[in-house]
Write a protein that binds this ligand. Structure first.
Ligand code: THU
Length: 526
């Protein structure tokens, strides 16, 4: 039962990206900023290897890290929550979601007025509490809707519950959601109901977000289609407009989010538990509260060991972020920053992957770990971090031993292969050369023919190694003829371990080695 726990520390950037100036950011580094606070605690995250990530030289590095780590650069042209999460889930957005520092254009407002039959007040960026104080009375008199935005890509509609019933307000939001398409596809339309008397208006807790649907299939959709669980915790369900989510729970704040994540370790499922911890961004980043941010990080740092202690053998934890929000830089908005990637589990080798281009590599990696065909816009780094299983180790050992028996006086290249059958037996083979050259048989076919002539027909995995003078010297991939012979008997999904050394290998599926191959099915069809 493989479970991946993907935790987004909302806005925990780790240093400005090379194109930060395009986003009006400079000198931003959220993690560095909070590391200067007295409230900062860096213990379990240090052990994980957060201080070993590229560019984090202001933090102590661990001598031996517990996790695989990387610094990830955003490929999407944005620095908001929605685009950041979509990229983590495999989808790169080439342009940012639209923002409206001067209010929404006339064509949008006119269509909205026409379809709701109501007038519009405000239409500019505004603070949510101030906007009802300033426009609430006029709204009560006229019934016009208060439309406002912020530095984020949002279309917000405030209305008094006595003037506009909640269901009607939600319906107006759906109308706005339909209008805001194409270049005006804002990230969220938000219903902001309020109550009370003039001079004393307050917002109710019935805020509701109508999010933009991701532009194409994400990791979540692929996992759901595969019958796996996608458990969304906190804002995640909203960010994906519910797409690809099989279960969700809204949480209020980091403490509750962490508690839910911990209890999700008691759940029986195969798939993804995707958690967003929102306080870092909402309560501390935007409000420029360095000490508050540092204290929230300290809380996470001390909570983490309770989580890792409960993880089972095949569980994987990935900690990352969706953008930065440096609480000490020149503005209250998000910042264009690299994010950390920390991957921990019993099956994961603690390696430092350096800097990688794309948050979307996380989606490709999670998909591969969960045996789901999805790749998205990223590249999986799973082969660099996954520990070999006992079966893989045994097969590599058998291939390396078979290589020593190679008969290759003409090329002096020795090749070894080991083929695992469904009954657990391993058949090995080496290359056998011939003075007449062409009768030479490759190692893979030797192993295959030995197995088939013993009655075997069902194969599970192949390991191949080769090199000059009986030493493994990097990849030695099967030749075309061997690929064709394997295709005759093995499933297209059968893993082939291309050994780089006695213990390291690159894992490919047979269908990747010989795509579009001529299989027995073509003959049977005729
Ligand atoms: N060889 C294999 O054993 N397997 C392959 O798939 C590629 C090539 C052997 C054949 C020959 O003995 C030597 O490598 C050099 O071509």
């Amino acid at each position: 039962m493989k479970r991946v726990y993907l935790i987004v520390l909302d806005s925990l950037g780790i240093g400005e990206e090379p194109d930060a100036a395009l986003f009006k950011d400079h000198d931003c580094n959220t993690l560095k900023r909070i590391s200067g606070s007295d409230k900062f605690r860096f213990s379990s995250m240090k052990d994980m290897g957060m201080g070993n990530i590229d560019g984090q030289d202001y933090l102590p590095a661990a001598k031996k890290t517990l996790a695989a780590v990387a610094r990830l650069q955003e490929r999407s042209m944005g620095k908001d929550t929605t685009i950041g999460h979509w990229e983590i889930a495999g989808v790169v957005s080439p342009s940012p979601l639209p923002t409206y520092p001067d209010g929404f254009p006339e064509e949008i407002i006119n269509e909205f007025k026409e379809k709701t039959g109501r007038g519009v007040l405000c239409n500019k960026p505004y603070s949510g509490t101030q906007v009802i104080a300033d426009y609430g009375e006029e709204h009560l008199k006229t019934g016009d809707l208060i439309v406002y935005t912020s530095a984020d890509s949002v279309f917000q509609i405030a209305a008094h519950v006595d003037k506009v019933p909640l269901d009607t307000l939600y319906e107006y939001c759906r109308i706005a959601r339909k209008i805001l398409k194409g270049k005006h596809a804002v990230g969220r339309v938000i219903a902001r109901p309020f109550t009370g008397e003039p001079g004393n208006f307050t917002r109710t807790s019935d805020r509701h977000d109508f999010s933009l649907v991701p532009p194409k299939a994400t990791l979540l959709d692929a996992l759901k289609a595969d019958g796996k669980t996608v458990y969304a915790v906190g804002k995640i369900n909203d960010i994906f407009a519910g797409q690809g989510v099989t279960e969700h729970i809204m949480t209020h704040g980091n403490t509750e989010g962490m508690a839910v994540a911990l209890s999700a370790l008691d759940k029986e499922f195969e798939g993804l538990c995707f958690v967003n911890l929102v306080d870092f961004d909402m309560l501390y980043g935007h409000r420029q509260d360095v000490d508050g941010y540092a204290a929230a990080f300290a809380e996470f740092d001390s909570w983490l060991p309770s989580f890792t202690a409960k993880m089972k053998k095949d569980d994987v934890l990935i900690i990352t972020a969706d953008h930065g929000c440096d609480p000490g830089d020149s503005h209250t908005d998000h910042s264009r920053e690299y994010v950390p990637m920390i991957m921990y589990g019993k099956n994961i080798t603690p390696v430092n992957l350096g800097t990688r281009h794309g948050f979307c590599d996380i989606a490709a990696t999670v998909a591969e770990y969960l045996d789901c065909g999805y790749k998205g816009d990223g590249e999986s780094f799973l082969p660099c971090v996954i520990k070999p299983t006992d079966t893989e180790k045994a097969l590599c050992k058998a291939a390396a031993e078979a290589m020593l028996k190679s008969y290759s006086p003409y090329s002096t290249y020795s090749v070894g292969a080991a083929l695992l059958c469904s009954d657990g037996k391993i058949y090995t083979g080496c290359n056998i050369e011939n003075a007449a050259f062409s009768p030479t048989v490759c190692a893979e076919r030797t192993a295959m023919f030995k197995a088939v002539s013993e009655g075997e027909r069902d194969f599970r995995m192949l390991a191949v190694c080769g090199g000059k003078d009986k030493k493994i010297s990097g990849l030695f991939p099967p030749c075309g003829v061997c690929r064709q012979v394997l295709t005759e008997f093995c499933s297209p999904d059968m893993p082939v371990l291309l050994m780089k050394s006695k213990s390291a290998f690159e894992k490919k599926k047979l269908c990747e080695l010989l795509p579009g191959s001529f299989t027995p099915a073509y003959i049977k069809k005729k």
